[in-house]
Design a protein around this ligand. Sequence first.
Ligand SMILES: [Zn+2]
Length: 253
Amino acid sequence: MLTITAIPALEDNYIWLLQRERHAVAVDPGEAAPVLEFLQANGLQLDAILCTHRHHDHVDGIEELRRVYNVPVHGRSHPKNPHITHDLREGDRLRLDVLDVEFEIIEVPGHLDDHIAFIAQRAVFCGDIMFGAGCGKNFEGTLTQLHHSLQRIAALPDDALVYCAHEYTAYNLPFALACEPNNPNIQRRAAETKRLRSANLPTVPFTIALEKATNPYLRCTNPELIRTMQARGLADTSELGVFTALRNWRDHF
Ligand SMILES: [Zn+2]
């Protein structure tokens, strides 16, 4: 039986802790202290670290964690990421016996070039590619790559759960509503998100089905959204044209 816990870190990061019996694996530890605290409080030992990409808020806790637990770090090697001990590439499978889980690895560039996602048991750990009602910023690579990466995650089963690395849902929904003011699913999600956040509860994980119904970046063929973009002067209403215009608008929203 696998337990997955959100450990809040830094300003709005989630470090995901996967646990089976006394064994634990941390995803994207941007800080060590809250992870060490959780492990100690629950009598757990750390067995491995998974890394989705090299941004500081995902890797800065690795060194300190490895001073206490000399564990492997699984991720995509990159000249600017000294932390990875076990390189992963598209199509690789990562078996973690302590969790009795096998992850499928997909490369999801478009935020950073070295971004990968870990998929297992109807769960995806996707770092900064997809957020609640949003997506990551395009720091490296192209918007075409970012769009393709999002599409690959969206192609998972409707009931698959998305474990992203930030609590951004409340921050993204006003933009989603500006795109589709009449979408009842976005309106409902906004109300539910408000309820969760005011109770200090996470909005993550969420399902692929909910993202497909409310995330504008997955809805670039939706007529209302296209009309909104046309009203803003967009001429190229191809899926990628709409996606590009959305991502650019979001940066100034
Ligand atoms: Zn990032």
